[in-house]
Ligand binder design. Structure first.
Ligand SMILES: NC(=O)c1ccc[n+]([C@@H]2O[C@H](COP(=O)([O-])OP(=O)(O)OC[C@H]3O[C@@H](n4cnc5c(N)ncnc54)[C@H](OP(=O)(O)O)[C@@H]3O)[C@@H](O)[C@H]2O)c1
Length: 183
């Protein structure tokens, strides 16, 4: 089972100005990357705030974190509400046959997986703008060490896509602790 964060952030590390701001401010190039990446996952995990703000998610297979259900509740063919405090989440994913799990935020959801030490990789686009305040990618320090696997400039403005991977995973891949970079 692999857990991958996909996110876009400002120069000052914000993913949103507030909890219900739709993520429409990313560059067109990042949106293209996001759409392609999301197609690779068996399921996308989001918090209820993000689910309410992102209409395009209604077309994708989503697990929505919420405390409004006891354990889980199937809301339709593409949406299941899950309360992760009252369920064995990994077993739940296993039973559903989910291997590749995309984590689309927001902060509370990223924090949940970070807290459990389950994060395997992070695809993070930095857009060259700043909000000055708002939500961070994480509200807690990272439990695992990450290393840069690759980076790619997406456009002339300077939006840059970083791919970070858990250090242990890099060591396993390359047989050493070296970081590989691609353009
Ligand atoms: N820039 C980006 O890449 C990016 C990506 C994703 C989201 N965002 C933005 O982030 C903002 C939302 O972030 P957020 O942190 O405020 O909210 P969020 O993580 O999207 O959702 C929070 C809600 O999810 C549920 N939840 C979260 N953790 C839970 C847990 N451990 N157990 C049970 N339920 C849990 C709760 O729903 P209930 O209230 O129903 O109990 C909680 O109120 C939005 O503006 C969104 O657009 C940005």
């Amino acid at each position: 089972m692999q857990f991958s964060i996909v996110a876009v952030s400002t120069l000052d590390g914000r993913i949103a100005r507030h909890s219900f701001q739709p993520t429409t401010w990313g560059s067109p190039e990042d949106k293209i990357f996001l759409r392609r990446k999301l197609n690779e996952f068996d399921v996308i995990v989001v918090g209820n705030n993000t689910y309410k703000t992102a209409r395009s998610l209604k077309k994708r297979n989503c697990v929505v974190f919420t405390r409004s259900v006891k354990s889980f509740s199937v809301k339709g063919p593409l949406c299941t509400y899950v309360n992760p405090s009252h369920i064995n989440l990994k077993r739940f994913f296993l039973r559903q046959g989910y291997e590749k799990i995309g984590l689309l935020g927001g902060t509370q959801v990223y924090d949940y997986f970070n807290r459990h030490g389950w994060l395997d990789e992070i695809f993070l686009t930095i857009e060259p703008l700043a909000f000055g305040k708002g939500l961070s990618l994480f509200a807690q320090s990272c439990r695992k060490a990450f290393r840069l696997l690759s980076l790619r400039r997406l456009n002339r403005q300077g939006s840059v896509l970083f791919h970070f991977i858990r250090s242990e995973a890099i060591a396993r891949k390359s047989g050493s602790s070296g970081t590989r970079r691609t353009k």
